[in-house]
Design a protein around this ligand. Structure first.
Ligand code: ATP
Ligand code: MG
Length: 183
């Protein structure tokens, strides 16, 4: 059997489905008995519980979801010092590095990491650090990065890039996020 080629996968764009697509790959991997880790760069400190977090509790240690963010940055009533968000994102990146080199994971998902690389008027982590991570990752490990506005350098390094394009979104008609679909 040919050795596995660990892919760098990017789900970006304005339409819904980036995290959902990554979770789809996680489900497939778990079905094969692979070990999957999701590091969420913004989620955390939010009042809602994501379905994937509940599932990870049931499938531990095969499936782990770590919410290392501090929630919304500068929007939705965020009053935390900006430094707190920066520290959290940096810690998430350090942990990603440690877990990645442990060699224990078949798939690591960096959920919303693209936002941490620069969104609106803020930036939480350095692009060079993420590129270094991608360059040095274990060759058989798959990695998925999600979030709008993937930097061109990340797109360049990736093996697979899909851009979600919004055709319709219920939010535009005032329909709020739905359990099981949005969280
Ligand atoms: P999902 O997690 O549902 O796959 P996503 O990862 O593509 O969505 P994000 O950019 O991470 O989307 O956005 C986080 C939240 O914003 C999600 O709850 C999602 O439902 C919502 N959202 C995503 N795309 C849109 C859109 N085009 N308009 C309004 N809300 C959106
Ligand atoms: Mg998402």
């Amino acid at each position: 059997m040919a050795a596995r080629k660990g892919l760098i996968i990017v789900y970006t764009g304005d339409g819904k489905g980036k995290t959902s697509a990554a979770l789809g790959a996680a489900m497939r991997s778990l079905g094969h008995g692979f070990r999957v880790l999701i590091i969420q760069f913004f989620k955390g400190d939010w009042p809602i519980t994501y379905g994937e977090l509940e599932l990870a509790r049931q499938l531990h240690p095969k499936f782990e979801v770590l919410q290392l963010g501090r929630g919304f940055v500068k929007i939705m009533g965020d009053k935390k010092p900006f430094e707190e968000h920066v520290e959290a994102a940096k810690a998430a990146l350090t942990l990603t590095r440690e877990r990645m080199f442990s060699g224990e994971y078949d798939l690591i998902i960096l959920d919303e990491v693209n936002y941490a690389l620069g969104y609106m008027d803020f930036k939480l982590i350095e692009l060079a650090d993420v590129l270094e991570l991608l360059r040095t990752k274990p060759p058989e490990m798959h990695i998925i990065l999600t979030g709008r506005n993937a930097p061109p350098e990340v797109v360049e390094m990736a093996d697979l890039v899909t851009e979600m394009r919004e055709v319709k979104h219920p939010m535009k008609r005032g329909i709020p996020a739905q359990k099981g679909i949005d969280y």
